[in-house]
Write a protein that binds this ligand. Structure first.
Ligand SMILES: O=C(O)CCC(=O)C(=O)O
Ligand SMILES: [Fe+2]
Length: 154
């Protein structure tokens, strides 16, 4: 299962000086996301508790690992939180930003936290949680997103 999301971030009005977040901190829920961004910038990825700029590279796409792949790999491949900031730079604040994400999800019935790939591997801890399917995970995340305030983690 997959989906395409096209995002349009409008330019920032003069009176919104305090606003620094265009898209709040989150991790993607699927297995991988292919992200195309324009040259405006603002995307940051959380690496070891620090936010690092993911500078746009002309002609390149960014491959982001989502929660499902982290679960399916028994935690070996990490899903990283990310966000989109508004630049301090006046010129940049006047620019619109566009991005396009192609979100790949496991099929609904795939049980994600029982990774078969590493079964018996001594490096991988035994799964203690109840099995959760891809569909159940999305429903859980959607419910949490609706409970949370705008721009909060989800
Ligand atoms: O606009 C971006 O660069 C990031 C978008 C994103 O993280 C998302 O749609 O999940
Ligand atoms: Fe994202």
């Amino acid at each position: 299962m997959s989906g395409l999301r096209i995002l349009y971030y409008p330019s920032i009005p003069d009176h919104s000086e305090d606003e620094i977040i265009r898209l709040g901190e989150h991790s993607d829920w699927g297995s991988i996301t292919l992200l195309f961004q324009d040259s405006v910038g603002g995307l940051q990825v959380n690496i070891d508790e620090k936010y690092v700029d993911a500078m746009p590279v002309d002609g390149a796409l960014l491959l982001n690992v989502g929660d499902s792949l982290e679960m399916m790999s028994g935690g070996r491949i990490k899903s990283k939180k990310h966000r989109v900031l508004i630049s301090d730079d006046e010129k940049h604040r006047k620019l619109v930003r566009r991005s396009m994400g192609y979100f790949v999800h496991p099929d609904n019935e795939v049980v994600m936290n029982q990774p078969l790939l590493y079964k018996g591997d001594p490096d991988v801890q035994e799964v203690v949680e109840d099995p959760i399917t891809s569909q159940q995970y999305v429903i859980k995340k959607l419910a949490a997103a609706h409970r949370s305030k705008p721009a909060a983690s989800y």
